[in-house]
Design a protein around this ligand. Structure first.
Ligand code: HEC
Ligand code: HEC
Ligand code: HEC
Ligand code: HEC
Ligand code: HEC
Length: 292
């Protein structure tokens, strides 16, 4: 009897410890935890650029297509749950890059709510989940955690140290070792297939192509050099803007075509028309295009 009591007491002690108190239980909680809307008050230009970028709508799909929907529907992908009510974070391996804060800071109940919102086509709710300023300037600002530790609470990481930063939560800025380097982007822009899952799959591979094709052929520019000139946070291309995207790609990709037409004398009096088409496609991008 006493043994049973002990077990019951232990259960009561361990349950609240196990259910970590500071993890988000709802989409709203998670959105609030990473809410960057107040950054707008002082960084209006950067905020305006970010708001229009793909990083501000990483689960929405191109033109609001809610591309994660198949993952919420039974049988449609290898990751889909039996029932949206039983969804867990593991049903959305895409979070690794499309919403990394879900892995560190959400409970499985967020996956259930997301699965239900996807099936209901609730764009307003899905749209609240974003790669906000805090994701890049805090969570993703340190890659050598054994040496440098986890990102500190209340600290943002940027280009320089600031002992006092006027935000109400992030009161300090520290110099990040990686913010100016391609590796900061490479954390999400993909090296190749994601082999760490029990069902390997691939999405973005662009960082792999940058390292193994561009850099290894003598390329010297970083992602930031080409995509964030003067601190630009729009990160073009914008695939929701057909005209703008075509114009950027038109500038970046050139196609040269040379043709030679001739007639081949196969046998006496039999001329067969032939053509040789030689095409050269070159791009100014530091990686494959398209990707993902
Ligand atoms: C290794 C990181 C990574 C993982 C894991 C990942 N993605 Fe992506 N995904 C990206 C990046 C980065 C882009 C945008 C850049 C690009 O296309 O090169 C992208 C773009 C996309 C696009 C095209 C843009 C859009 O919004 O329609 C779709 C669709 C997509 N991902 C779906 C998924 C799904 C579904 C999963 C999970 C099964 C997933 N991704 C997992 C990094 C990833
Ligand atoms: C009350 C105004 C205010 C708010 C709110 C605020 N900032 Fe700042 N922030 C500043 C000022 C001022 C600087 C210093 C700018 C400078 O020296 O160029 C700064 C600097 C920074 C830097 C360092 C810049 C560098 O050169 O590395 C980063 C990163 C940053 N802020 C991000 C944020 C983010 C993210 C938020 C929202 C969570 C935020 N800030 C909210 C005023 C603010
Ligand atoms: C996808 C990741 C990412 C997101 C999201 C992001 N930033 Fe940045 N930010 C960077 C990187 C990388 C740099 C360094 C750029 C460089 O090397 O020139 C930077 C630079 C800055 C700077 C320094 C200014 C400058 O001109 O160099 C400020 C301030 C800043 N960000 C604020 C913000 C705010 C505010 C938000 C949200 C509205 C935000 N960032 C969202 C990656 C991000
Ligand atoms: C936290 C993960 C993450 C980081 C860090 C990150 N990205 Fe992204 N990025 C994404 C995802 C996910 C998308 C696609 C969103 C969507 O589904 O449309 C994207 C979209 C883009 C796009 C729009 C084009 C497209 O095909 O969607 C560009 C350009 C881009 N990122 C460049 C960068 C650069 C440059 C950096 C580094 C300064 C960076 N990103 C850092 C995750 C990230
Ligand atoms: C030498 C310049 C250069 C470098 C370096 C570079 N890019 Fe690009 N990137 C481009 C150009 C040019 C395009 C094509 C359209 C445009 O102008 O945005 C492009 C397109 C993209 C796209 C859209 C691809 C698609 O098909 O959806 C993404 C995402 C992207 N870059 C991310 C990155 C990331 C992440 C890095 C670093 C690992 C990087 N880029 C390095 C110039 C560059």
């Amino acid at each position: 009897m006493r043994f049973l009591k002990l077990i019951i007491v232990l259960l009561f002690i361990s349950v609240p410890l196990a259910a970590s108190a500071d993890k988000a239980k709802t989409i709203d909680d998670l959105a609030k935890m990473y809410d960057s809307s107040r950054c707008k008050d002082c960084h209006a230009e950067i905020y305006g650029q970010w708001e229009k970028s793909h990083h501000a709508r990483p689960l929405m799909g191109v033109k609001g297509g809610l591309m994660l929907t198949p993952l919420a529907k039974k049988g449609e992908t290898a990751f889909s749950p039996e029932d949206p009510k039983k969804a867990t974070l593991k049903n959305f391996p895409c979070f690794k890059c499309h919403l990394p804060q879900a892995i560190t800071s959400a409970e499985d109940s967020v996956a259930v709510e997301l699965a239900e919102a996807l099936i209901a086509g609730d764009k307003a709710k899905v749209g609240r989940l974003q790669i906000t300023c805090i994701v890049c300037h805090s969570d993703k600002a340190i890659v050598h955690k054994r040496e440098l530790g986890e990102p500190e609470k209340g600290v943002l990481y940027g280009a320089k140290n600031m002992d006092s930063h006027p935000d109400k939560i992030f009161t300090k800025v520290k110099k990040s070792a990686i913010m100016h380097d391609s590796i900061a982007c490479g954390q999400c822009h993909g090296l190749g297939p994601n082999f760490e899952f029990d069902q390997a799959f691939q999405c973005a591979n662009l960082y792999g192509s940058y390292l193994h094709n561009y850099i290894s052929s003598g390329g010297t520019k970083s992602c930031q050099d080409c995509h964030m000139q003067k601190g630009d946070h729009l990160f073009a291309l914008d695939w929701n803007d057909d005209k703008g995207a075509s114009a950027l790609l038109g500038k970046a990709i050139s196609l040269e075509v040379e043709t030679l037409g001739y007639e081949w004398l196969k046998k006496a009096k039999t001329y067969i028309p032939k053509v040789v088409v030689s095409t050269t496609i070159t791009t100014t991008a530091g990686h494959r295009v398209p990707d993902g």
